[in-house]
Design a protein around this ligand. Structure first.
Ligand code: EPZ
Length: 428
């Protein structure tokens, strides 16, 4: 397995360009299965989750041309099978989007139960509730989810839990259902709006994405389109924290400032200076930073995917900070790794109490999941001495060229292949 070796305490300066949003791309690429025509999709992040999904779509029969580093041309006309190969797809949680897309296209879908990060129990009961409300029969057996119907019909669906995945999956299945579907209590993340905009560019009739009610009038057919994916709000937030944690000065380009509002608001409360431009934010530290209280919430609240990164920053700011994780029940596992670097964090249930210290010290740590892995890199950037981050395959799932982008900002970070254990043989 590869590792990152980081030498900390270098203030990061300069400009960084943000890639396309992973969690929008995974849903939009899956949604392209709904039509027989060609879709050209660009600003796709070149990350492992996207590569796995594209491979699984090719395995189904989709024709995919890789036009550019971040652009593909997809034609799914040749897809005849609605069963998704288990080996491909157990690795990524977003496999479940193929359920909604294949069900919408073939009235049938069989996809492996989702894999993904171990940040808590990742149920799919709301997805199933939505599919059943639309008239599908859903069975879960032998690690596979099988959904089938004689014809999807619009329905009123109230989500008991605000769920990004369930909101998107129901939109995918309802786009060509007969009649109108109303989703109440939907997720409102930027990528929900992006998926709805993509579907509408294919001829769908979806209104209200990003609000408390999404209304989908079923259409008979969808057509091909050309579409550009929004920038990744979480990648952008991660680089904002990199500026704060190293006392640097970074301009983050190719972003939509509105998507960054909750992250900018909390960093401003901490004392970080943020200058807003049309498609960029400049983030720098020009005064002492202070501890805060923070609770993760569905959008437009502070995103759970930024929780490990902001906790890491606060572990290096004097004072007592309190972080409440309200979305996932097991998203503080990485704090044990931060403690190995000297952080003083007490976790009680879904709350972390942080006693900030002036310096973390470099150590060997292991990434337990994608965003915690990014947080451990940030910890290494801010720590005294050398930090080794193991299990970086998690980080490669969602951050494009992270070491190159950080090195361009002045970070001392290299990717190496883990040294095999030295075998010590006793001569007898
Ligand atoms: C998406 O996961 C993202 N993943 C996650 O990002 C992100 O943390 C999460 O949304 C919240 O924003 C992708 O888009 C691929 P949810 P998802 O359904 O859809 C509960 C990353 O780092 N729930 O919004 O799985 C669930 O247990 C990843 O990029 C149910 O109870 O999240 C959780 O507590 C990590 N029943 C809450 O809802 C369901 O049927 C939110 O989950 C579905 C979810």
């Amino acid at each position: 397995m590869d590792q990152f070796i980081i030498k900390g305490k270098k203030p990061l300066q300069g400009q960084v360009g943000i890639s396309g949003a992973k969690n929008a791309a995974l849903a939009i690429l899956s949604a392209s299965i709904l039509c027989h025509d060609t879709c050209v999709i660009e600003n796709i992040p070149n990350v492992n989750d996207v590569r796995v999904l594209l491979k699984s779509m090719e395995n189904l029969g989709a024709k995919i041309d890789y036009i550019d580093q971040d652009k593909v041309r997809i034609n799914s006309k040749e897809i005849k099978d609605y069963r998704v190969n288990y080996d491909f797809i157990k690795k990524i949680r977003a496999s479940y989007y193929l359920l909604g897309a294949l069900l919408g296209r073939f009235s049938n879908a069989q996809v492996a139960l989702p894999g993904g990060c171990n940040i808590g129990n990742r149920p799919i009961d709301q997805h199933i509730k939505g599919f059943e409300a639309l008239g599908a029969a859903v069975k879960v057996e032998h690690g596979m989810i099988h959904a089938s119907t004689s014809g999807l019909k619009g329905a009123n669906i109230y989500l008991d839990v605000v769920s990004v995945g369930a909101t998107i999956n129901i939109m995918l299945a309802a786009t060509m259902a007969e009649g109108t579907t109303v989703i109440e209590n939907p997720a409102k993340e930027p990528h929900i709006v992006d998926v709805a905009n993509f579907l509408n560019s294919m001829g769908a009739d979806i209104k209200g994405a990003g609000t408390d009610i999404i209304r989908i009038n079923g259409v008979n057919k969808l057509h091909g389109t050309e579409y550009m994916i929004i920038p990744d709000q979480i990648e952008a937030g991660t680089y904002m924290i990199a500026a704060a944690i190293t006392g640097g000065d970074i301009t983050i380009n190719n972003i939509i400032p509105k998507h960054m509002e909750a992250i900018s608001a909390k960093l401003t409360e901490i004392g970080v200076a943020i200058e807003e431009y049309d498609e960029a934010l400049r983030v720098l530290v020009n005064k002492p930073l202070k501890s805060i209280h923070l609770k993760t919430l569905p959008y437009p609240g502070f995103p759970t995917d930024m929780q490990p990164q902001v906790t890491t920053l606060l572990s290096m700011i004097k004072g007592t900070s309190i972080i409440t994780e309200s979305i996932f029940e097991n998203r503080f596992m990485y704090t044990d790794e931060l403690s190995r670097m000297g952080a003083n964090i007490k976790v009680e249930g879904n709350t972390a109490i942080i006693e900030g210290i002036s310096n973390l010290s470099g150590a060997e740590v292991s990434a337990p999941d994608l965003r915690a892995g990014a947080a451990l890199i940030l910890a290494g950037l801010g720590a005294e001495g050398e930090t080794i981050v193991n299990n970086i395959q998690y980080i490669d799932r969602g951050y494009e060229h992270i070491e190159e982008k950080l090195r361009a900002l002045g970070a001392d970070i290299v990717r190496v292949s883990e040294k095999p254990d030295k075998k010590i043989f006793k001569v007898v």
